[in-house]
Design a protein around this ligand. Structure first.
Ligand code: GLY
Length: 371
């Protein structure tokens, strides 16, 4: 039976669920699902890369447990988070005659988890779903907490729903097939948890970075600590009315940069977050809120992981500051036109600032462009 190394419970009342973390859990998915959700059929939403690397293991396990399934394979990449491919996923669920009581499985990285969860939230007015995250980013962040959705030409993740999964099954062995670049991009979200309110975790990451990248036991421990952190925040503020906004550290700048680079291979989501976190710390330092040496220490750590940390690290020309500011103005945290940023007083001391002057952000961004 499965080697479940870590179990994190997300105590959300009737929407409570477990996050199971361990090696080769996909090979045991059949018995795990059969025990928790007897008598269901499964609609697996995945992408063409994951379909080659991981899907056969999941199917073998479902077949061995006698569980019925259908597969919906979408193209890999951020541009899949679109109305068109969401429609394809939902129609696939309906065409397979999955019933409201059946389950959707989102097998993949953040893109598939977000789109698959959103498809489950609207198919037949809402079906249960299971997250099976196969990227580091998805295992530590996007598979937990119930944010689902797609992108709009107006901005990232602007269309979606809160829809909690019934189970998260994070198989550590799936991380072995990630490219170093994809793994590093996920690592930015790991570092984020330390920067928000856990300086000890950041220092632990500094000490354990090599083992995490090499795949030693510290990797599973890091993922479990991130999930436990995220679970605490989601339990406190499921719908992001307050403290959950802290999880967006680096994301306001990051999302604007992702939009500017066309959600393309030029800048992966985690890379945008890495640059965004350094900009958030740099901006806080410029406002006199945080020590500037912290920005340097964090940048050194992210660079060691192979991540970009400055605007000039992003390949190709960026749009004007006006364009970046227009993207920032579409951020979901904007309220009655006022910009909300996650600022910081130093490592592990992030806070929500609800009335940031757009002119000061634009001036800061202009400075960051000057070599
Ligand atoms: N990724 C941020 C959140 O789930 O709230």
């Amino acid at each position: 039976m499965a080697d479940i190394a870590h179990k994190v419970h997300v105590a959300l009342g009737e929407r409570a669920y477990d996050i199971l973390i361990g090696d080769r859990l996909l090979d045991d998915a059949g018995p795990i699902l059969a025990e928790r959700f007897p008598g269901r059929r499964y609609g697996i939403i995945t992408d063409d890369n994951v379909a080659k690397a991981q899907l056969p293991r999941l199917l073998a396990s479902l077949d061995a447990a006698g569980l019925g399934h259908t597969e919906i394979v979408l193209p890999a990449g951020e541009s899949t988070k679109s109305w068109t491919l969401l429609g394809q996923a939902v129609e696939g669920i309906l065409a397979a005659r999955l019933e409201r009581g059946d389950l959707v499985i989102a097998l993949g990285g953040g893109v598939i988890g977000d789109l698959g969860g959103f498809a489950a939230s609207i198919a037949r007015r809402g079906m249960d779903f299971v997250q099976m995250p196969t990227s580091l980013l998805a295992q530590v962040d996007s598979s937990v907490g119930g944010k689902t959705g797609i992108n709009s030409p107006h901005g990232k993740n602007l269309i979606g729903a809160f829809h909690q999964p019934r189970l998260v099954l994070a198989d550590l062995s799936t991380l072995d097939t990630l490219s170093p670049r994809q793994f590093a991009a996920g690592y930015a979200e790991v570092v984020k948890y330390g920067l928000i309110d856990d300086e000890d975790f950041f220092f632990w990451l500094e000490a354990n970075q090599a083992e995490i990248f090499a795949g030693g036991p510290a990797r599973g421990e890091a993922i479990a600590r991130c999930c436990a952190h995220k679970a605490r925040v989601v339990i406190a503020d499921e719908k992001e009315l307050g403290v959950r906004a802290l999880l967006n550290l680096g994301h306001t700048f990051g999302h604007a940069l992702e939009k500017d680079t066309g959600y393309s291979d030029r800048l992966l989501h985690g890379e945008g977050v890495a640059v965004g976190m350094i900009l958030a710390h740099g901006f806080s330092a410029q406002l006199g809120l945080a020590p500037s040496q912290d920005t340097g220490r964090i940048a050194a750590h992210l660079q060691k992981a192979g991540l970009p940390t400055t605007l000039s690290d992003i390949p190709g020309a960026l749009g004007s500051t006006e364009l970046l500011m227009a993207a920032i103005a579409q951020d979901k945290k904007v309220s009655r036109g006022a910009l909300t940023f996650i600022l910081t007083r130093g490592i592990g001391k992030a806070f929500i600032e609800r009335n940031v002057e757009p002119g000061s952000v634009a001036a800061f961004l202009n400075q960051q462009r000057t070599p």
